[in-house]
Design a protein around this ligand. Sequence first.
Ligand SMILES: *Cc1c(COP(=O)(O)O)cnc(C)c1O
Length: 388
Amino acid sequence: MSEPLVRRMREFGETIFAEMSALAVRTGAINLGQGFPDESGPTAMLEHAADAILAGDNQYPPGPGVPELREAVAEQRRARYGLEYDPATEVFVTVGATEGIAAALLGLAEPGDEVIVFEPYYDSYAAMIAMAGAVRRTVTLRPEHGRFTFDPDELRAAVTPRTKLIMVNSPHNPTGTVFNRAELEQIAAVCREHDLVAITDEVYEYLTFDDAEHISLATLDGMRERTVVISSTGKTFSVTGWKTGWVCAPAPFVNAVRTVAQFVTFTASAPYQRATAYALREEGAWVEKLRKSLQSKRDRLISGLDAAGFETLRPQGTYFVQADIRPLGFTDGLELARALPERAGVVAIPTQVFYDHAEAGAHFVRFAFCKREAVIDEAVERLRRLAP
Ligand SMILES: *Cc1c(COP(=O)(O)O)cnc(C)c1O
C-alpha cells in the first residue's frame, strides 16, 4: 500500500518527545526532556474540578466556553495588562493553548500564505502551518550576551508580499528568552508596517525570573487590534493534563478561531473550565510561590550542569535551560541526546529539532527544571559521569 499519510504532513514523524520519553522508560533514565511538572496545582483548584464533576457538571458547556471562565480571563487581562476584552465576543475557550494555536492558524492562514516563526519554535506551530497549507518562514534566535535573541534586519528581511501572520512566543520555549520592550517594538513595527496579524503564545506569562517582565505584544501601540493572544491553565497552575486554554482577540479573529474550533472539538471540558475560573481569580499567591520555586530550581539545575561541564544560558522564564555541549567535547546535540540515557541515565531534548536551520542549534540540548529538587540533584549527579 502507498503511504496513507497526506503529503503535507510527511515531514512530521514521531515527535522528539515521544522518542525521548520512550527511551527514558526503556532505560530507566531521569526524564528532564518533556516539560511537565511532577507536582500538581493548588489543592483548592483541584477540589473545584472534583466537586464540579461530582455535582453533575458533566455535559457540553457552551461552545465559546463557560461564561464564568470567559469573564475571569477578561478580568485577568484587564488587571495584569490593562487590556479590555469583551467576554461575550472577544474571549474564546479552547482545548489547551494547542487547540487555540491550531484553530488560529487554520482559521487565519490561506494556502500559500507565509507565516513568520522564530526558530527554535514550538513544534506544533510548524505542523499546523503545514496543515493549513501555509508556508513557514523562520527568523533565527541566537545566543548574544547570555540570552537568545534575533537580528531585527533578519526579521524585516523575512517579510514578503505573501506574509500574513507572525507567531510570537514569549516567554519563549525552548530558549527561556523573555522578549524585552525593544524587541517587541521591533516586531510591532513590522506588523504595523506590513499589516500582519500576530499570534502570541503566552502560556508562560507568569513564569518569569529575576527582573524579567512579561509584556503582552497586544499592549503595544496599534497591536491590540491585530493580535490574537493565546494562553492556558497548564503551565500557570501546574496542570498540563487539563488542556484548558483561551484566545483573546478582536471579535472577527475570535470568529475565525471559533469557526474552526467548533468542528475540531466543538467545546472544551466543562469541569476544568470552572476550576480554572476559580484559580485565575483566587490563586495568584500560589502562582507567585510557583514562580519563586521554579527560579530556585533553575539555579539549582544550572549550578549542577555547570559543575558537570556544560555551559549554560540562564533563562529569563519558562521551564527550560539551554546547555552548550561543546565544553564536554561533543558537537551534535541530537547524537548526544540519543546516547545520554544509556551513558548517564538522563534524558534531554536536542534543541536542533526545533530549527529549520539545524546547525544554528546543533550544539545545544534542553533540560527541564520543573521537577522536584531531589530529581534535579540526582540528574546532575549522574551527568557528572560525562566529564572527560
Ligand atoms: C506547553 C506549551 C503549549 C501547550 O499548551 P496546552 O495548554 O497544554 O495546550 C503551547 N505553547 C508552548 C510554547 C508550550 O510550551
